[in-house]
Design a protein around this ligand. Sequence first.
Ligand SMILES: Nc1ncnc2c1ncn2[C@@H]1O[C@H](COP(=O)(O)OP(=O)(O)O)[C@@H](O)[C@H]1O
Ligand SMILES: [Mg+2]
Length: 469
Amino acid sequence: MTAPLWTAAEVAKATQGIGSQNFHASGVSIDSRTIEPGDLFLAIKGPNQDGHDYLPQVAARKAAAAIVRRGAIVPAGLPFLEVEDTRQALYALGQAARARSTARIAAVTGSVGKTSAKEMLRLVLAEQGSCHGSAGNLNNEWGLPLSLARMPAASRFAVFEIGMNHAGEIRPLSRLARPHVAIVTTVEAVHLEFFNSVAEIADAKAEIFEGIEPGGAAVLNRDNPWYDRLVETAKRQGVARIVGFGKNPAADARLLSTAAAAAGMDVQAALFGARIDYRIGATGQHWAMNSLAVLAAAKLLGADLEAAARALAGATALPGRGAQRSLPIAGGSLLLIDDSYNASPVSVAAALDVLASLKPGSGGRRIAVLGDMLELGPNAESLHAGLAPEIAGKPIDLVFLAGSLMGKLGEVLPKKLVARHEPNTSALAPHVTAALRPGDAVLVKGSLGSKMSIIVRAIEALAIAAKAG
Ligand SMILES: Nc1ncnc2c1ncn2[C@@H]1O[C@H](COP(=O)(O)OP(=O)(O)O)[C@@H](O)[C@H]1O
Ligand SMILES: [Mg+2]
């Protein structure tokens, strides 16, 4: 039997909770909808919901126990601990998980590519020892302590994603995670809504250095214009080692070249002075860049570099983050690039690069279906129009646009490129599906709030109809 994640005594000690029943928890949850049998549930009061209202469901789903505020009414049969503040209890549990851990720990932040790089690092580390990691996109004030609290005591490695919308958010999270290695994937004009400048964004990312363990390392994008500023802050914070990745000849993890390969791409690189070649199961320069940060971090965490590089062959783009699928349609098939989860100027440019590098099937075209990039602040319109050279300068045949901001792009693109612009994806979807033909390569990209998944589902429905017919 594997050791329980938490015993009642350990939880009581960590959270200073008061309760008398014994239990063993195999997981930790703050969401009654996704709670698993055996989980420890923390009843948290959020802006809209109060977890205390869901304790009957939590009991019915066979939670091991609940942490509740003093005086809460708990259903019979559900062991519980009372605390002053359940949110603090979550932090305390994360802190206790960190304190007892001997894992080598990485934290990943950056304007774009956090989840992609985190998953890639998990993939390569998991082959070399038990590796814990944040699930999905759990990177904020709730997600990070929760992810820490879920870390098994015996983990050899752990990888946490840390995100932010405002200055001051990353500092406490990094101090909680206390990483040995912190990656900043890149600094870009993303989430500008709550910042006056990209310099401020760089400084907010740099807060991650404050949590780095003594003797630890920062892995930074050598090609990014904010590199020097980040290095300065890292040094000021006493970060022992700074490792740059990128194309810059001075980069410690240096990209030499990439070439398209059967299922992904071949990368030639130099890491810490030694040549290393490997295959990644995904295409795009941004993947090559992320892989360099991942390999540098893996090495700094004590993993075997050659084995880590070999494992990258299994790294594929995640659903909604560039995953490619061949789908049957009447008369043949098309290639769908599903990048419907997230969009910012830098990630749209990266996705358009991928589209341009793909070879459509016979008779097929390269088609981009783009939805609004959200949270860009006051320059949102010009940032949308600014995508025009990224499209017009590439072998892209047709563009479909959804949303008022993408309308600004439509105004400046050559008219023959713009097949259709609609205010939203529901209105756009039938125009896209009507235009598609065998051999097409179709990129679907936009912010989550732009509901690009409606387009993805409409294209999938074509495929299902083709199969049935
Ligand atoms: N280094 C990078 N540069 C540009 N775009 C990237 C990079 N890494 C990933 N992307 C793309 O950015 C989008 C968001 O990726 P994701 O990993 O979810 O980022 P985050 O977790 O930072 O929001 C995806 O379309 C992904 O393919
Ligand atoms: Mg993410």
